[in-house]
Design a protein around this ligand. Structure first.
Ligand code: NIG
Ligand code: FE
Length: 417
C-alpha cells in the first residue's frame, strides 16, 4: 500500500532507537535497534514508516511532501528530560564562590539561602516573568535535543505561588514546541515562615495545595524532597499517600545527599520514579526492582555538587530501569544540556552508549508516563526525531562538550535547523 507522507527523512546513516512502549531494565536496557541506510516517513505528526531505503517505494513523496536529507548522519528519537525545576526566578551564581570555599549545599539552605533564596524571588515574580524565564530555558533545551521535559513547581511554597508556578508550566506547554509535563512539588523545602512549625506547612500541602492542584488538573505527578532537614521518611510518605488519594502519581527526590531510605519508600508507596539515588542502599535498589520503580539519575547534580555518583550499574544489573535527566535548576544543576548528562552517565556511571540512549528516550518517556506515544522511532509513535552531526552513536559520547544536534523535528515539524 502506498501512502503520501508529509515528511520524508532520507539518507540516514544509522537510525538508533530502543523499541517498545515500556521502561527497560537489566540487559534489555542496552538493546537498541540499529538500521543502516534508513528512511522515516511521517504523516500528521505521526511516524508512518521506518525502514531500509530499498523499501522506500511504498512512501511516494507528493508535491507538498517535505524532504530532508540526513546527510548520512545518526538519527535518534527526540530526547526526554524527566526531571527539571524549570520555573523560577533567581539564579544563584553567588553560591559558586561559597561552594569553592567548601560550604555545603544543605548548609546554605539551613542559612536561609539555596532553594529559599529562589523562593523569595519567585514569589515576587509575575506570571509573565516566570513564563519568559521558562521560554528561554526551553529554547535552549530544544537546541540541545530535548523534545519533552517534566517540570516541577516548588519555588512558590504557598498556595498562591505554587498555583502561579503550575499556571506558568501549563502556559509554557501551550506556547513552546517542547511538551512540558507538570509535577507539583510544594514539598520542595519548608518555607521560612513555617520553620518552627513544619507540621502546619505539611497540613497546608495536604489539605489545601494538593486538593486544589488535583481539582484544577494542574499537575500529573507529586514529588517530595525527602532529605535531612527537609522532609523525613514518614512526612514524605504521608504527603505522597495524600497525593495518590487525589489521583496524583508519586515521585520522590530520594537519597540525594544523605542515605535516608528514600529508595525503599519510593517502592513502598508505588512511586513511578525515584530520583537522584546517590546514596540508595542495596535493599532500596532491590525494593525498586520489585515494585518496577524507575530510577531517574542526575549525574549533572553529582558533578556540580561534588557528590558521589549513583550506582547506575548495580541498578541496571538488578533490573531497575534507569532514566537520566538534567535536574535543571538554579542551585544544584544549572544546565539545560541533556547531552552533557549523557556524556557524564557514560564516563562516570560506566553506562554504554546504548544504555544511555534508552535512558534519555524510552525510559525517560516511561518516567513521565508517555512511553506509549514517544521515546522510540516506530510506526504509530509521535514524530519527535533528532538528526545529529555525528556518523554513529559512539561519536556523541566521544566528541563531548559541544552541541552535536543538527536538526530537531517535533510532531513532524522541523523546529531546529
Ligand atoms: O534536585 N534537591 C532539591 N531540589 C533540587 C535543587 C533545587 C535548588 O537548589 O534550587 C535538586 O537538587
Ligand atoms: Fe531535583
Amino acid at each position: 500500500m502506498t501512502c503520501n507522507p508529509d515528511l520524508l527523512i532520507k539518507n540516514i546513516g544509522i537510525l538508533a532507537t530502543p523499541v517498545g512502549s515500556s521502561a527497560k531494565g537489566g540487559k534489555e536496557q542496552g538493546h537498541i535497534e540499529l538500521i543502516e541506510g534508513a528512511f522515516i516517513a511521517v504523516k500528521d505528526g505521526v511516524i508512518t514508516g521506518v525502514g531500509k531505503a530499498n523499501n522506500l517505494m511504498d512512501f511516494k513523496p507528493a508535491e507538498n511532501t517535505k524532504l530532508i536529507d540526513a546527510g548520512g548522519n545518526l538519527v535518534t528519537p527526540g530526547l526526554v528530560d524527566p526531571h527539571t525545576h524549570l520555573v523560577f526566578s533567581g539564579w544563584r551564581q553567588k553560591e559558586l564562590s561559597l561552594k569553592l570555599k567548601g560550604v555545603k549545599y544543605l548548609d546554605i539552605l539551613k542559612m536561609g539561602g539555596g532553594i529559599l533564596e529562589t523562593v523569595g524571588k519567585t514569589r515576587r515574580a509575575s506570571l509573565e516573568e516566570l513564563i519568559s524565564n521558562g521560554m528561554k530555558a526551553l529554547d535552549r533545551m530544544l537546541e540541545y535535543g530535548t523534545t519533552t521535559c517534566e517540570a516541577k513547581s516548588g519555588y512558590g511554597l504557598n498556595l498562591e505561588d505554587e498555583i502561579k508556578s503550575l499556571a506558568a508550566i501549563k502556559e509554557l506547554n501551550r506556547l513552546h514546541p517542547v511538551d512540558v509535563v507538570p509535577t507539583f512539588m510544594g514539598a520542595h523545602a519548608v518555607p521560612a515562615e513555617y520553620r518552627e512549625n513544619k507540621k502546619e506547612y505539611i497540613r497546608l500541602i495536604v489539605e489545601e495545595m494538593i486538593p486544589r492542584v488535583a481539582r484544577e488538573g494542574l499537575a500529573e505527578f507529586c514529588d517530595v524532597f525527602c532529605e535531612e532537614g527537609v522532609f523525613d521518611i514518614e512526612e514524605s510518605r504521608y504527603i505522597l499517600e495524600c497525593a495518590k488519594a487525589h489521583g496524583l502519581v508519586p515521585k520522590l527526590h530520594a537519597d540525594e545527599i544523605t542515605p535516608m531510605g528514600g529508595a525503599r519508600l519510593a517502592a513502598e508507596v508505588g512511586a513511578l520514579s525515584a530520583e537522584h539515588l546517590i546514596y540508595a542502599t542495596d535493599d532500596g535498589i532491590r525494593a525498586m526492582a520489585k515494585s518496577g520503580t524507575i530510577a531517574v539519575l542526575l549525574p549533572g547534580t553529582s558533578f556540580y555538587l561534588g557528590e558521589s555518583f549513583a550506582r547506575a550499574r548495580t541498578m541496571i544489573e538488578e533490573g531497575v530501569p534507569v532514566a537520566l535527566a538534567t535536574d535543571f535548576n538554579p542551585g544544584s544543576s544549572p544546565t539545560e544540556s541533556l547531552q552533557l548528562v549523557m556524556n557524564l552517565a557514560c564516563l562516570k556511571y560506566r553506562m554504554t552508549p546504548e544504555e544511555v540512549l534508552t535512558a534519555v528516550t524510552l525510559n525517560a518517556a516511561a518516567a513521565v508516563k508517555r512511553a506509549s506515544t514517544i521515546g522510540t522511532i516506530e510506526v504509530g509513535k509521535q514524530a519527535d526525531i533528532i538528526i545529529w552531526d555525528a556518523p554513529d552513536l559512539d561519536f556523541i559520547f566521544y566528541h563531548y562538550g559541544v552541541n552535536l544536534v543538527r536538526t530537531v523535528i517535533k510532531k513532524g515539524k522541523v523546529v531546529v535547523q
